[in-house]
Design a protein around this ligand. Structure first.
Ligand SMILES: Nc1ncnc2c1ncn2[C@@H]1O[C@H](COP(=O)(O)OP(=O)(O)OP(=O)(O)O)[C@@H](O)[C@H]1O
Ligand SMILES: [Mg+2]
Length: 395
């Protein structure tokens, strides 16, 4: 038996590796009972040195290849579960392999989103999140080959959702040129799987009201196409219209995409320029916020917080009667706004909701109360009111 682990991982050797995963519950004290999606292979969650990990049993050799493609996707900064390592066991009967990934905290399985009427506000954003994830992986040169609701996990992101890829068994990396046919393939698979999964929920009488049964896959495809065109389109600009380059970059940043190369080439008649912008990943605000404050958040949460920091920068400049740099404003915001507010929210953070998400909900509440009052009510009033409304409830 061989166990390969990435550096810094805890010691997994104590686990009962000689037993098949299906027999671990009852035999292994470290098993954690947590919700999970449907799967063909046995999956268990274990607690090792205080961290939670998902283990998936696969045929020999398969865990290594899934581990490697997940690592590649992580390098490409795509939203995937974090690969930790794999175990390979050889035996006369053939053996098995086990993939180890870090358990994705605070994620929601799709079933609860479609089954509950109270989560209805998330549904549209769930479909957008799937389209967004497919665009991201295709831009990075990854073909998935198995896009379905059960192979995704969803995390709350400033009132919307972000999709994470969980099952990469069939994924393949095409460095350089990504074949258009592969994009088409992935959309076909997604469309068929999603509609099939909804049909299944419906026949089990588990689907909430108002979900179009056969049009959901087509809807995601449409959202995908719109986003793909927005990102990959080429603009024709006049030589004196350099500002349009900045405009285009800003529009992509607003969608969360970071921009790598900007290419300008003369058109055939030589009078105009062809502008092509290459995006690198979808962590623009997230990276900015992390660099300025050290906070690790989702992209939309970071965008909301960066907007607040920009606003805070303007306020500080006005109060001090001198221009304030973004890093000074960010530090001030962290110390005087973010940390004091979140220190009051600890009791509400749970398996489904992180502190940055709770902070965004307080911001939303502040906006709502300020609208009603006709003036800015401030963070403390919004926090008190939020705690009054939601303490003791499942937010
Ligand atoms: N790292 C993780 N964090 C949270 N949940 C996870 C993780 N890994 C797996 N799961 C849960 O386990 C389920 C099954 O995992 P996965 O889809 O990889 O199995 P599979 O047998 O390959 O699926 P399929 O039948 O699609 O081939 C997922 O839907 C997810 O709910
Ligand atoms: Mg799966």
């Amino acid at each position: 038996m061989t166990i390969v682990l990435r550096p810094g991982s805890p010691d997994f050797r104590e686990l009962p590796w000689l037993l098949p995963l299906v027999s671990w519950p009852g035999q292994c004290a470290q098993i954690e009972d947590l919700p999970r999606g449907l799967s063909r292979h046995p999956v268990v969650f274990v607690n090792v040195s205080g961290g939670i990990y998902a283990l998936k049993e696969l045929p020999p050799g398969k865990a290594k290849s899934e581990f490697e493609i997940l690592q590649r996707m992580e390098e490409l900064r795509l939203p995937v579960v974090t690969p930790i390592g794999y175990m390979e066991a050889f035996s006369v009967s053939g053996g098995a392999s086990v993939l180890i990934t870090r358990y994705l905290e605070c994620s929601l399985p799709y079933r609860s989103l479609f089954m509950s009427n109270s989560l209805v506000r998330y549904r549209e954003s769930l479909l957008d999140a799937i389209a967004g994830l497919l665009v991201q992986i295709h831009l990075a040169g990854i073909y998935w080959g198995d896009c379905s609701l059960s192979n995704l996990l969803f995390r709350r992101d400033a009132g919307a959702l972000r999709a994470y890829l969980v099952d990469a068994e069939t994924a393949h990396y095409f460095p350089g040129h990504f074949p258009a046919l592969k994009r088409y393939d992935d959309l076909e698979i997604m469309s068929e799987s999603v509609d099939g999964e909804l049909l299944e929920l419906n026949s089990a009488n588990l689907l909430a009201n108002g979900i179009p049964l056969d049009a959901t896959g087509a809807y995601i495809r449409l959202r995908y196409q719109r986003l793909w065109e927005e990102i990959t389109r080429e603009d024709i600009i006049n030589p004196q219209e350099n500002f349009r380059i900045q405009e285009r970059i800003r529009a992509l940043n607003t969608l969360g995409f970071s921009v790598g190369d900007v290419a300008l080439a003369e058109t055939d008649n030589g009078n105009q320029l062809r502008l092509k912008v290459v995006v690198t990943d979808r962590n623009f605000h997230r990276d900015q916020l992390q660099m300025l404050t050290g906070l690790d958040t989702e992209e939309m949460q970071a965008r909301k917080m960066m907007n607040e920091i920009q606003e805070h920068k303007a306020t500080l400049s006005r109060l001090n009667n001198r221009s304030t740099s973004l890093s000074v404003a960010a530090y001030h915001w962290l110390e005087h706004i973010y940390l004091p507010v979140t220190s009051q929210l600890f009791s509400l953070a749970n398996q489904n909701t992180t502190l940055p998400e709770l902070y965004c909900q307080v911001l939303e509440n502040k906006w709502y109360l300020s609208e009603k009052a006709g003036h800015d009510v401030g963070h403390q009033i919004a926090t008190d009111d939020y705690l009054k409304k939601f303490s003791g409830m499942d937010n």
